[in-house]
Design a protein around this ligand. Sequence first.
Ligand code: APR
Ligand code: PHB
Length: 390
Amino acid sequence: MKTQVCIIGGGPSGLLLSQLLHLQGIDTVVLERQSRDYVLGRIRAGVLEHGFAELMREARCGERMDREGEIHEGFFIAHDGRMDRVDLHKYSGGSSVVVYGQTELTRDLYEARDRMQGMVVHDAQDVKLHDIAGSSPWVSYRKGDELVRVDCDFVIGADGFHGVSRKSIPRGVLREYEKLYPFGWLGVLSRTRPVSPELIYARTERGFALCSLRSQVLSRYYIQVPLSDKAEDWSDEAFWAELQRRLPPEVAARLETGPSIEKSIAPLRSFVAEPMRHGSLFLAGDAAHIVPPTGARGLNSAASDIHYLYHAMVGHYRDGDDRGLEGYSAKALARVWKAQRFSWWMTMMLHSFPDSLAYDRKLQDTDLAYLFSSEAAMRSLAENYVGLPF
Ligand code: APR
Ligand code: PHB
């Protein structure tokens, strides 16, 4: 096979880039290890920053998101027995976020790729990258008994944290920065009415909790749990009881409970790999960086990578201008690190740390007290939460 851009990974990053490039007449092939059903069965986060929503519209995939997604202009932080609201709209100069499940967004992207007869290969096994240091890279994969070779100009590594692309960069070239947190989030999806029209992030001595939603009939809740816990060991009853204990009494009293549709534990991790380019290989999204979910930055830090890569590829193919490609890694990383800082800060401020000092807890109290007493602090939170400019 021959293509201009070979994209490894059919998650939101890979699909969105493929769709955007196709609209500019640039040919792509997407190689995805899993089946489509498997990809669309994964429950992921659900807050999209303004810039990501714009990219979806530019990719002509924003119609259902605009119809079914909810615009949120604020959220709550529950702490010390009170609920304080963060007015995103007011403090970000009129911006907002869109609450729309990442799983639905991925479905929209697949449908758009189908409509345009985009080439997306599922069940692509043993994907390997070859000659990426030079300017004639190629990718091989196996599908059933067939071994396929794809020749291309560029390879995009959009295959998530466990993918093969980042691992194909020589050890001496790549530098990895990582921070693991000593807890995970136990998440439950349930067909119940959300307890609050806006998200509630709750800090308590029993640990963090988050009330989120997918729609007015579908709720998503999380509680902080030790890393040693297993999702199977948490009955639905135990989950609801613990969530209730972590919410302010008036919120807990109106919590609608029901059977879980999905229940899983995700460990919290911060991770960045530098550089994001090696020869003809460009990393994007979770393949290059991971954030803890606290600031809702996961998909959103992928958005800027896709934006920069999209414009860099258009510069190369349409205008013969390679400055975008040359500057990609530095430009992407500058924004990636800001999303890292923000998610780390939200995580540190709102969770209980097993070995924290009384001093650390006082600082958490002070962080919250400062936030809700300073317009400058609120502005800083709001501009990061709705998404820094690309
Ligand atoms: N070969 C081909 N495909 C692979 C391989 C491989 N060796 N390894 C992984 N993949 C696929 C995965 O099956 C997955 O569908 O790459 C895709 C990567 O998708 P995501 O993990 O969703 O990563 P990304 O598209 O960058 O999206 C980032 O997803 O993980 C969340 O919180 C994260 O919201 C963020 C978003
Ligand atoms: C979610 O709805 O899954 C969600 C929302 C906000 C977060 C993290 C996850 O910060």
